[in-house]
Design a protein around this ligand. Sequence first.
Ligand code: GUN
Ligand code: ZN
Length: 400
Amino acid sequence: LCAASEPPVTGTFVHSTPRAAVEILQNCVLGVDDKGKIAFIEKHQDVVSLSEIWGFETSDIRQLGQYEFLMPGMVDTHIHASQYSYAGTALDLPLLEWLNTYTFPVEAKYKDLDFANDVYTKVVRRTLKNGTTTACYFATIHTDASLLLGELADRFGQRALVGKVCMDYNSYPNVKPVVTPRFAPSCSSSLLSELGEIANNNKLHVQSHISENKEEVELVKTLFPGCKSYTDVYLKHNLLTDRTVMAHGCHLTDEELEIFRETGSAVSHCPNSNISICSGMLNVRNVLNHNVKLGLGTDVAGGYSPSMLDAMRRTLDTSKALTIQDPQHKTLSFEEVFRLATLGGSEALSLDDQIGNFVVGKDFDALRVNVCVPDGPIDLFPGEGPKVRQSSYWSFLPSY
Ligand code: GUN
Ligand code: ZN
C-alpha cells in the first residue's frame, strides 16, 4: 500500500496520536499524493469536494471491507538481523555467556555473502510479513554483508536503519546507516569517541545496548571506573543524541533516565529477550513518566520471535508482572502498547516527522488488517464494534 498515486481508500483507520493512545476513525477517506505522502484524511461525506480538489473520480475510490481497517506499519526499534538463523534456540544462558557461546560464532559467518544473503532475505521478508514496515537493524562487523542487508530492505520495500559501524551509504531514500557500537564492554574508549564524532559530524543515528543485565552493569563499572554510570559512559563519548536508541535499559536508574530525557535519547523495550535470557523487567511506566522516548523491539535472537505483535503482548505481560509484584504499579493498557509499537517507535527512531500515524504530510505507511479472512484465526460475534475487533486482533492473530 505504500505505492504512490494509489486511488483514495475509504473505511476504518486505527492509529495513535499524542493525545489518544488509540483513535478509531470510521467512514473516513484517505488520499496519497504522488510522493507517497498522506494528502488528506477526512470524513467520507466530504468526498465530492475532495474529488474536485484532488482530481480523482469518486468511482475509483477503494472501499475497505466491513471487517477491515488500516493501521500504521509497526516499527521494530531493535532487531539483530544477523541472529535470525537461530531465533527460538539457545536461550539457556545469561547475556555474556550467551554472546560468547552462540552469538559471536554465528555472526562470524557473515563474511560469507551467500550465507548473509540467505538469512537477510528471510529476516526482511518475515518481519514484513509480520507487519514491521520499519526496522532498526544490527548487522555484523562485515561491511559487504551490512550493505547487502540495506539493499534487501530496499528491494522488499522495508524502511530500515542498518547498523554496521563507520559507514555511510545514503543511496536508498528509506534505508539509512546507524552508528552501532555493540555495547560498552566490547568497545574501547577511543572507539566510542570516534563513533561519537562520526555520528555528530554526519548527523547520523546511533544504536547500542545499555543496562540489559546486572552482571553487564557491574562489568561496565570496572571497565569505565571514571564514569558515574553506564549512561555516563555513552554520554561522555557523545553518543547520546536525539537520534540515539538504546536497547533494554532494564536497570537504568531515575538519574540515568533524566539524562536520556535531557539528551532526547530513546529506549527500545525488548520484553521477549529480557525474559528469555533472564535479563530483567523494564518498568516502561517509569520510563514514560520521565518523558523518555520509548519504542518496542523484538531483539531477535535474544528474543525468540521476529513479530512485533509478540513484542506488544510481551510488553503487556511484563507490565502485568510488575503489577503483580507491586499493586501500585499502573499497568499499561493495550491502547498504550499499540501506540508504543507505532507512533512510539517512530519517535524513538526520530522518524516521527515521516511515519507513525495517519497525519497529512507523513508517508503513507500502513498495514491493511482483515479480521475476517476465510480460515482466519478469529471468530467474530454479533454486535462487535471496531474496538472489540481491534483487541481480538491483538489476542488471537498468530505471529509467524
Ligand atoms: N549486548 C551486546 N550484544 C548483544 C546482542 O547481540 N544481543 C543482546 N540481547 N544484547 C547484547
Ligand atoms: Zn540486542
